[in-house]
Design a protein around this ligand. Structure first.
Ligand code: 13P
Ligand code: SF4
Length: 360
């Protein structure tokens, strides 16, 4: 099999060189691109998506409309790294979960539109209860967040505390507000190990990602007891796919998100959050990378001025892709879907998020 043939078996060749920006970005006010400029800009994506001239004309109109609505509604748009490329055209900030939590907390605007999944919007609401927080589609959930139920967590925690009286619950931010409300401290993919090391207990119930839990357990002396959840996007990636690419491209740097299975993480040169991957790609001398996470991250990289060569895993998160420009415009027009949480849940969940921000 040719080198390209092997790569295309499982991994779409990004076919582009990339310049990688910092992990997060504050998007500076720039002139709205016209349809032709958008069409040229999106050419960097190769065959991804529909960015013909007609669609780019529609995107331009939507971007203009959204920019006006942002002013009228005193709104800021925060977008996760996995979002559709056209969402980056209206985002004021793009980043990973931790960066979005921090940026949402510090926002001066009275409305936050969270272009990401539901738990990210809930996190913004918990940290800024006085603000209106909108998500363009409330069905944009997360398989990890769905896998942990607050009542079951309390039952498991209480059972374990009979054996380990010092046990603390560390929850990934990919959890519901109700789960955060019964959590001691939250973490994200970028600070999980740091949080676990700094929390004042030896025994930790780590919720809900079994893969992130296994990765943390391998890197700490603490006793990590894992919940049995996983991300359907990352959990389906297999080590053989990575080995095939390595065989074809021996110098390739393999960069893996910690939501991947343990046997996939064992193949990695670096295990990083989405924004950590971007920084790593920019800062290392290597020129070829295999990006093992949701495809949207590679799309962001493709757009940000090519310099290095990237190969990407072809995995899409159906929840992240529920967010569209049309939905974002409609959210600003109608005020839906608004994140509404009871003050009790909000107050109880805030401590776990604030402790995470303090510890990392
Ligand atoms: P990051 O915090 O690394 O962006 O991860 C969020 C996520 O949901 C990955 O699947
Ligand atoms: Fe959740 Fe996985 Fe989608 Fe991330 S990629 S939002 S963990 S389902």
């Amino acid at each position: 099999m040719t080198r390209c043939g092997i790569v295309r078996t499982f991994i779409a060749d990004a076919r582009r060189e990339l310049i990688v920006s910092s992990g997060w970005r504050n998007v500076e006010a720039t002139a709205i691109k016209d349809a032709r400029a958008l069409h040229e800009h999106f050419k960097a994506l190769g065959e991804t998506g529909d960015y013909g001239l007609e669609r780019c004309g529609e995107i331009r109109e939507l971007v203009e409309e959204i920019e006006e609505l942002k002013v009228r509604e005193d709104a800021i748009i925060l977008a996760h790294n996995y979002q559709r490329p056209e969402i980056f055209e209206v985002a004021d900030f793009v980043g990973d979960s931790l960066e979005l939590a921090r940026r949402g907390r510090d926002a001066e605007e009275s409305t936050i539109v969270l272009c990401g999944v539901h738990f990210m919007a809930e996190t913004a609401k918990i940290l800024s209860p006085e603000k209106r927080v909108l998500i363009p589609d409330e069905k944009a959930g997360c398989s990890l967040a769905e896998s942990a139920d607050a009542d079951e967590l309390v039952a498991r925690r209480d059972e374990l505390r009979r054996v380990y009286p010092d046990l603390k619950v560390v929850s990934y931010v990919n959890t519901t507000a109700a789960v955060k409300a019964v959590t001691d401290v939250c973490c994200t993919s970028s600070n999980a190990l740091e949080v676990v090391e700094r929390v004042d207990s030896r025994n930790i119930l780590f919720v809900p990602d079994e893969n992130l839990a296994a990765w943390v357990a391998r890197n700490t002396d603490k006793n990590i007891i894992a919940w049995n959840g996983n991300c359907y996007v990352h959990h389906q990636i297999r080590p053989e796919e990575i080995r095939k690419v390595r065989e074809a491209i021996p110098d390739v740097r393999v960069v893996v998100h910690p939501e991947c299975r343990e046997d996939v993480l064992a193949e990695a040169d670096a295990v990083l959050s989405t924004s950590g991957m971007i920084r790593y790609a920019r800062e290392t001398d290597a020129t070829e990378f295999l990006i093992v996470t949701e495809c949207g991250l590679s799309d962001r990289l493709l757009l940000e001025v090519p310099e290095k060569r990237f190969y990407k895993a072809c995995q899409l998160c159906k929840y992240m892709k529920m967010i569209t420009l049309e939905g974002t415009r409609d959210a600003l027009v109608t005020g839906q879907d608004e994140i509404l949480l009871s003050p009790e849940i909000c107050d109880a969940a805030r401590g776990a998020l604030e402790r995470m921000i303090e510890l990392s």
